[in-house]
Structure formats: structure tokens, C-alpha cells
Design a binder for this molecule. Sequence first.
Ligand code: ZN
Length: 129
Amino acid sequence: MNWTLEDSWSYIENFRQHDVPSADDIVHLDIAMMAVLGPLDVETHCSRLGYSARFPRYQQAYPEMTPAEEIKALETHWRARVEDVRQLEALIDSKKREHRRNCTHEWTCDTEARSCRSRYICTKCGQCR
Ligand SMILES: [Zn+2]
């Protein structure tokens, strides 16, 4: 579905009149919102404010593409998501290190078998010693 910007705005404005929007109505609203927000550089603005990327949706099938084109398109979506997961893992690791560095540890005897082979674990941050 290729809507013009005007089509998208029109759909968004008319959407408010739906008392009980159908599933298709909701999907079309999402498409219209992205069509409006995309040219406004929403990804740059969200990133500047600390929000993660919003991925374009992929489709289960692209009947207009050849099999090779379809696979290439899906792999492009997959690579972007893998990179996002990698960045999210790095952010989580960084936050854990910061939390442990600033923690006023409260050590307790570790009664569970953990991979760190430690006898004590901090009840606040999970660090072993
Ligand atoms: Zn701690």
C-alpha cells in the first residue's frame, strides 16, 4: 500500500470516528502514522532523546519479489535486528558494571550453585566474590 502524505493524514483524521476500530483499521493507522512520521525524521529525533530504533515491519511474504529478492529483503531486516540486540546487550552490560561499581554491597552466603564458583553474592547487584 503506497499512500500519499495527504492520504495518510486523511486516514489519521478519520480514524478518530471509529468507535470500535477493526484490526485492519488499526494496521492501516500504524501504516499511516509511519508515512507521516518518516519524512519528519522521527528516528533521528527519537535517537537524540535516548529512544531505541523502531524497525520497519517486514512481511511474511513479498509476492511481488523473486525468491532471491525476498530472501535478501528478509535478511536485511534480520541483520538490523541482530545489530540492535548486540547494542542492547552492550548497554545492559554497561549498566550492570556501573551498578556494581557504585553498589554498597551486601554480601550473603551463596547457597546456589552458580557458574562464578563464588561463596558470596551481593544481594543488591548480584556480584560474586
Ligand atoms: Zn553489590
